[in-house]
Design a protein around this ligand. Structure first.
Ligand SMILES: Cc1ncc(C[n+]2csc(CCOP(=O)(O)OP(=O)(O)O)c2C)c(N)n1
Length: 395
């Protein structure tokens, strides 16, 4: 026996009880949990979260709001007002269902496709649009496009490199544990991100140090044009957690009820010192990867048409109707209501002034080095000369 007891000696196989425990864990990681099927029927009552009817309507409303703002961002990009947008259509249940059970002081590390989570955290449509248009009220002051986030809501801006948020969020979770807090981190990333080294480094650290992290894979089947089958030869993505000692659960990501339930249980377990969970939420991206993508080059419209049947809003309407919570008509009127609300917000936001031209030189350095000061002066002079010549770079 070593002094620390941390090394395997004498050499022996893994104990029987661990093998038994892993057999149960395998079932979760290779299975497929759902509470409500695509026709809105309850298929497993045990997986329904304990939420009131009012909360169910609230959850549905967040999903509607995410869908509405998403379609506006798409339109505004086509109008040349937004540089780039990564559509969320079809993935609202994962974003809303995972963010909703969290506490205000928990931390969310999104990827770039979680509008529903931003709304749940408290970001308004106006703030989302200010960000997307990079206007004078943009909370991130024009830094990078298509990336959201806001310190006010413990919502960390997503990185551009795929999967970078994984080790960063795991480190943040470790910090929470180190500080003795009972806050957790919730991280979103795609199926493609599971092929990056950052995923493996993050999961390994999370498992070894039992950090309070909930890691959610938005398995939307595609990493731009690369299908899920090209990401791994493993039978599921959730099963990858087990190699790192992180329990993995594979769930129906279009069933917001099961997403809420599984994330809520994982977060509470993490809060009590039970360590991390990897959740594979199986969903489908109904739109293009970004506004710069054309999915018809790598998948059929037949596939998209079939997947429409599984989309989460339709399922929620059917579920609420069958539970006598809201009729389909009432549910659809929530969509109409938000459509007109957001239209008004769009008008307001479009009328706001742009960021000042010298924004590049602000918010980066506490004290600007000489070469930055020189560049800033250069810009000022260029703008002055353009004005004298009657030239404008604005529309
Ligand atoms: C390190 C890195 N490699 C490549 C890219 C280009 N890229 C941007 S998004 C993306 C696909 C990501 O797919 P996935 O993780 O499944 O997320 P999804 O977009 O499907 O939500 C790629 C390859 C990048 N941003 N960073």
């Amino acid at each position: 026996m070593s002094k620390t007891g941390l090394i395997d000696t004498p050499f022996k196989p893994v104990e029987k009880n661990v093998v038994e425990e892993y057999k149960t864990l395998l079932e979760d990681a290779l299975g497929f949990k759902r509470a409500v099927d695509e026709e809105g029927r309850v298929v497993d009552e045990e997986l329904l979260p304990k939420v009131s009817e009012g909360e169910i309507v609230e959850i549905y409303t967040y999903m509607v709001r995410a869908r509405v703002i998403d379609s506006w961002l798409l339109k505004l990009q086509r109008m040349g007002k937004v540089a780039l947008h990564a559509p969320n259509k079809g993935q609202e249940a994962v974003a809303v269902g995972a963010a909703k059970p969290l506490r205000r002081d928990d931390w969310v590390f999104p990827s770039y496709r979680e509008l529903g989570a931003y709304l749940v955290r408290g970001m308004s449509e106006e703030e989302i649009l200010d960000r997307a248009l990079a206007n004078a009220d943009d909370p991130l002051k024009g830094s990078d496009f298509a990336i959201f986030g806001n310190r006010k809501y413990n919502l960390v801006p997503a990185p551009v490199p795929v999967g970078n948020q994984i080790p960063i969020s795991v480190g943040a979770a470790y910090a929470m544990k180190y500080l003795g807090r009972d806050t957790v981190t919730l991280t979103f990333f795609g199926d493609g991100a599971t092929s990056r080294g950052d995923f493996h480094a993050g999961l390994n650290f999370a498992g070894v140090f039992k950090v309070p992290a909930v890691l959610v894979i938005q398995n939307n089947q595609w990493a731009i044009s690369v299908p899920r089958a090209r990401q791994t030869a493993a039978p599921s993505l959730a099963v990858k957690g087990l190699a790192y000692g992180v329990p993995g659960v594979r769930i129906d990501g279009n069933d917001v009820m099961v997403v809420y339930k599984i994330v809520s249980d994982a977060a509470e377990k993490a809060r009590r010192g039970g360590g991390p969970t990897l959740i594979e939420a199986v969903t489908y991206r109904l739109g293009p990867h970004t506004t710069a993508d054309d999915p018809s080059r790598y998948r059929t419209s037949e596939e998209e048409r079939i997947m429409e049947r599984y989309e989460p809003l339709r399922r929620m309407r059917k579920f609420m109707e069958s539970m006598g919570i809201l009729t389909e008509k009432e549910a659809l009127s929530i969509e109409e209501e938000w459509n007109s609300k957001v239209e008004e917000i769009v008008r307001k936001v479009l009328a706001k002034p742009p960021l000042p031209e010298n924004v590049f030189f602000q918010n980066v350095y506490g004290e600007k080095p000489w070469f930055i000061q020189e560049e800033e002066r250069d810009l000022e002079e260029t703008l002055k000369t353009m004005e004298e010549l009657g030239l404008s770079y604005k529309e």
